[in-house]
Design a protein around this ligand. Structure first.
Ligand code: NAP
Ligand code: ZN
Ligand code: ZN
Length: 348
């Protein structure tokens, strides 16, 4: 077994604390990765605090992992020692169901194996995530990070980046399309940058007026303060696509459906702890759609990393030491992250 160190939640109500554990010895198809940087996603907080139910403890969160290959198993052909690599939200899937065969493994019918808060396929061995110094994973679920992307800035692409890239591409954001991004946090700010690079017109819909200047610097064309009823009214029937990244259920979806054009779509990616109440009238009256989307496939994640390298797209990050993780969680909860915390695992 390989000795690992990191930070773990031991219960839903206690602060994350230093934690020692073991990773499996590499099997022939496995890659051993020295984790250099690990992003903090709001989903880590939801799960560490058991807000979605079913959390498993002790839990080492983290699914925005960037590192360097330390060792490869005897059959590995895709990666070699010294390569820059990443791991996102899942580390295995059944590989034989219809979505897996169609390169939609994020929608695996048997449920893919989450990077943490799950079990290794067919076992009761818990998976543990990126708030640690080393990880072992099947080579097919390991992404190549182009050398032009610095590893600290590459980490958040593995979840925040792909979670916005996938619906933007699926719903054809591009020239001539008006796209609204609800919430300017880790996910939302990647939506601004990627949507802009795809050629769409981007409007940020934010409950934090103070983020206006940042949004414009990131490439947004417009910024709407959602508390400003007059400003919201101006955007009635305006958008071809809205992506909701808000982590809280304290929003009135009717206000946002009204911003969609006839036949346009609002996509949920934010995953709050409580249900959102939805009245169907604004959907009915303009044949609007309400959809959802989860991360992206392994193939699409690689495409996204290559797209970000080509267009020099990187997140705005604040690099911290792992021991600052609990303060970082509090700032994320106050919508005070600018715009992703990334832990430097060398400072463990
Ligand atoms: P984040 O950095 O905390 O950003 C969330 C943003 O939501 C905040 O910055 C804030 O933006 C807005 N917000 C928060 N509380 C609000 C409130 N009470 N009213 C209105 N707006 C509020 O979180 P994240 O890491 O981007 O994740 C966002 C959500 O997506 C989380 O629920 C996470 O679990 C989920 N997620 C889903 C997927 C997927 O595959 N579908 C993947 C990753 C994460 P403003 O200040 O601009 O309003
Ligand atoms: Zn995430
Ligand atoms: Zn499958």
């Amino acid at each position: 077994m390989i000795k690992a160190q990191g930070f773990a939640a031991l219960s839903p109500t206690t602060a994350l604390a230093p934690f020692s554990f073991e990773r499996r010895d590499p099997k022939p198809n496995d890659v051993v990765i020295d984790i250099k940087f690990s992003g903090i996603c709001h989903s880590d907080i939801h799960q560490a605090r058991d807000e979605w139910g079913g959390s498993k403890f002790p839990m080492v969160p983290g699914h925005e992992i960037a590192g360097v290959v330390r060792e490869v198993g005897s059959s590995v052909s895709k990666h070699k020692v010294g390569d820059h690599v990443g791991i996102g939200c899942f580390v295995d899937s059944c590989r034989v169901c219809d979505p897996c065969k169609r390169d939609l493994d994020q929608y695996c019918e048997q449920g893919n194996t989450p990077t943490y808060n799950g079990f290794e396929r067919g076992t009761k061995i818990p998976t543990q995530g990126g708030y640690s110094n080393v990880i072992v994973a099947d080579e097919n679920y390991v992404l190549k990070i182009p050398k032009s992307l610095p590893l600290d800035k590459a980490a958040p692409l593995l979840c925040a980046g792909i979670t916005l890239y996938s619906p933007l591409v699926h719903w054809k954001a591009g020239p001539g399309k008006k796209v609204g991004i609800m919430g300017l946090g880790g996910l939302g700010h990647m939506g601004v940058k990627i949507g802009r690079a795809l050629g769409a017109e981007i409007t940020v819909l934010s409950h934090s007026e103070k983020k206006r200047d940042d949004a414009m610097k990131m490439g947004a064309h417009h910024f709407v303060s959602t508390h400003d009823a007059e400003a919201m009214k101006k955007y009635s029937n305006y958008f071809d696509l809205i992506i909701n990244t808000v982590s809280s259920a304290d929003i009135n979806m009717g206000d946002y459906f009204g911003l969609l054009k006839l036949d346009a779509t609002l996509v949920a990616v934010g995953a709050p702890d409580r249900p959102l109440s939805v009245h169907p009238f604004p959907l009915i009256m303009k044949r609007r759609s309400y959809a959802g989307s989860v991360i992206g496939s392994i193939k699409e994640t690689q495409e996204m990393l290559d797209f970000c390298a080509k267009h020099s797209i990187t997140p705005d990050i604040e690099v911290i030491a792992p021991k600052q993780v609990n303060q970082a969680y509090e700032r994320v909860l106050k919508s005070d992250v600018r715009y992703r915390f990334v832990m430097d695992m060398a400072k463990l």
